[in-house]
Each structure stands twice: as structure tokens, then as C-alpha cells.
Design a protein. Structure first.
Ligand code: NAD
Length: 283
């Protein structure tokens, strides 16, 4: 049976580190401030935004959430972001995705000051990651890296397979694994033989958004399996992209859903917010 990588426990440890750093900054008169923009009424987004704000406040980070109507015109949103960019007491700006269809997400993300881009999705920050000089690492891949560090997993020379090629998870994950000297393969919806690749993986990161896509027989014995997927089932429960029971029989380490990658993502957002505050005051 696989060992569990307990995202809740590791996230708690990260939050304690952040809390300590925030206390230290506050003693110097600096309170990191995160602004979260929510446009529209997507129910999952509302929950995510609330969780982020609550997590921030718990570690002493000031948080402000602006809930804008679903029909907010793009120029108005761009202006709103520009205004936040110029406010010295705003250190981190996060636009909750997905945005309503009439808004161009790319244009919106590009409007955020790269020094306040705590999600790490501005092209400047993604470009820095590609160049090997990252500033803000996107939260989910950063959280996964921390999980691997916590189990003292050495990536050097390992076969890493990333399922999914989104800008939020798959692509930056692959770059980070590469930076840590793994041999990286990316697979996606048009890959011909998914299992042929996943079976070779010493470390398998799955971010496809397809419940139980990865079955037991698709995983190498002794692999580390990281399940990013969050799929809401018809009965209301959450399920990952990995068939947990089956894969647990073969893997050496596995993350649960819920309680795996999710809590790590929020914890890393807090870390990035502190980093943003320090960056802006030159600390
Ligand atoms: P996305 O929809 O942007 O991308 C999904 C990717 O998976 C695509 O590149 C697609 O090619 C690939 N894919 C889809 N079906 C596939 C298949 N059958 N075989 C191989 N590849 C396939 O998704 P995303 O934003 O990267 O999110 C992926 C999942 O992770 C979702 O369930 C999302 O909710 C979850 N997620 C979780 C966290 C977290 O903190 N735990 C953060 C972000 C996303």
C-alpha cells in the first residue's frame, strides 16, 4: 500500500512558516495585502475565493475581495486592475479564473503588474520560469514541488510524466520538474497511448480534470503519484483524476483528493503574497 502525502499537514506547516514571516514583517511596519477579484457568480469560484481570503487572514495577511458583476465590461475591469497596480498598499493581485466568456482572460492577466502577480500567470513571470529565473511560481506546481521535498524525493534523473498541458498546472509543472533535473514527458488529450507513457513514470503528475482517468495498471510499481484533479461527482463528492484505491496498491506515494494538492495551492498563494510584499518594498 502506498504512503499518503498529506497535503493538509504539509500546508499547515507552510502556513506556520508564512505566519512567522508575516509577524516579522509586521514588526517592521509592513502588512502584506492580497486583493482577490471575482467576476460573476460561478459557485466553485466563490468557494475558492472565500477559502483564499480566510487562509490569508489566518496568517496575518490583509485580504480584500472585490466581487464584480458577471456583465462587467472588459475596459472597466482593466481600469480596476490598473488602479490596484498603482496602490502602494496592495502587494498581490489575483483574478479568479475562469472569467465570464465575454472577457479575454489573457488580456486581463497581462494587465496585472508582474510584481503583484501572485498567481504567476503573467507572461513575464511564465517567461522567467522558462528562462530558469522564476519570480512567482504558479501556486499548484509550487505546492507539488514542496510535497516532493517533504518526502525527500530526489528528482534528478527520474522519469517524470505530466498529464495535462494547461498554463496553470501542466506546463509550469513540467518546467519545474525539468529544472530539478527530471526527464520530463508531457501527455495530453491528443496523446496516442497514454498508458504507455504513464507506465514509465517514476513520478506521475495528473492534471486532466477527468475523474479516475489513471487506473492501477497504468502506474509503475513504486511510483510517486500526484493527483491534481478536482472532479465533482453527481452525488456531490469530490474525486481526483487518479483511481485512488487501485493506484494505491502499486504506488509508493500518493496524494488524496480532497486533502492533497488543493490545500498546498492555497498555502503557496500566501507564500507568494509575502514574497510580493517584500519585493515591492525592496526587502
Ligand atoms: P484544463 O482543462 O485547462 O487542462 C486539462 C488538460 O488535460 C489539457 O491539457 C488536456 O489536454 C488534458 N487532458 C484532458 N483529457 C485528457 C485525457 N483523457 N488524457 C490525457 N490528457 C487529457 O485543466 P487544469 O486547469 O490544468 O486543471 C486540471 C484539473 O486540476 C481540474 O480537475 C482542475 O479542477 C484541477 N485543478 C486543481 C488545482 C488544485 O489546487 N488542486 C488547481 C488547478 C486545477
Amino acid at each position: 500500500m502506498a504512503n499518503l502525502i498529506d497535503g493538509r499537514a504539509i500546508a499547515k506547516k507552510v502556513r506556520a512558516e508564512v505566519r512567522e514571516e508575516v509577524a516579522h514583517l509586521q514588526a517592521q511596519g509592513l502588512t502584506p495585502h492580497l486583493v482577490v477579484l471575482l467576476v460573476g457568480d460561478d459557485p466553485a469560484s466563490q468557494i475558492y475565493v472565500r477559502n483564499k481570503a480566510r487562509a490569508a487572514e489566518k496568517v496575518g495577511i490583509r485580504s480584500t475581495t472585490y466581487h464584480l458583476p458577471a456583465d462587467t465590461p472588459e475596459p472597466a475591469l482593466l481600469e480596476f486592475i490598473q488602479d490596484l497596480n498603482t496602490q502602494d498598499d496592495v502587494h498581490g493581485i489575483l483574478v479568479q479564473l475562469p472569467l465570464p466568456p465575454h472577457l479575454d482572460s489573457q488580456r486581463i492577466l497581462e494587465a496585472i503588474d508582474p510584481q503583484k502577480d501572485v498567481d504567476g500567470l503573467h507572461p513575464e513571470n511564465l517567461g522567467r520560469l522558462l528562462a530558469g529565473h522564476p519570480r512567482f511560481l504558479p501556486c499548484t506546481p509550487q505546492g507539488i514541488l514542496r510535497m516532493l521535498q517533504e518526502i525527500s524525493y530526489n528528482l534528478e534523473g527520474k522519469e517524470a510524466v505530466v498529464v495535462g498541458r494547461s498554463t496553470i498546472v501542466g506546463k509550469p509543472m513540467a518546467l519545474l520538474l525539468l529544472q530539478h533535473h527530471a526527464t520530463v514527458t508531457m501527455v495530453h488529450s491528443r496523446t496516442r497511448d497514454l498508458a504507455a507513457h504513464t507506465k514509465r513514470a517514476d513520478i506521475l503528475v495528473v492534471a486532466a480534470g477527468r475523474a479516475s482517468l489513471i487506473r492501477g495498471e497504468m502506474v509503475k510499481a513504486g511510483a510517486v503519484v500526484i493527483d491534481v484533479g478536482i472532479n465533482r461527482m453527481p452525488d456531490g463528492t469530490l474525486r481526483g483524476d487518479v483511481a485512488f484505491e487501485e493506484v494505491s496498491e502499486r504506488a509508493a506515494w500518493i496524494t488524496p483528493v480532497p486533502g492533497g494538492v488543493g490545500p498546498m495551492t492555497v498555502a503557496m498563494l500566501l507564500k507568494n503574497t509575502v514574497q510580493a510584499a517584500k519585493l515591492q518594498v525592496g526587502l
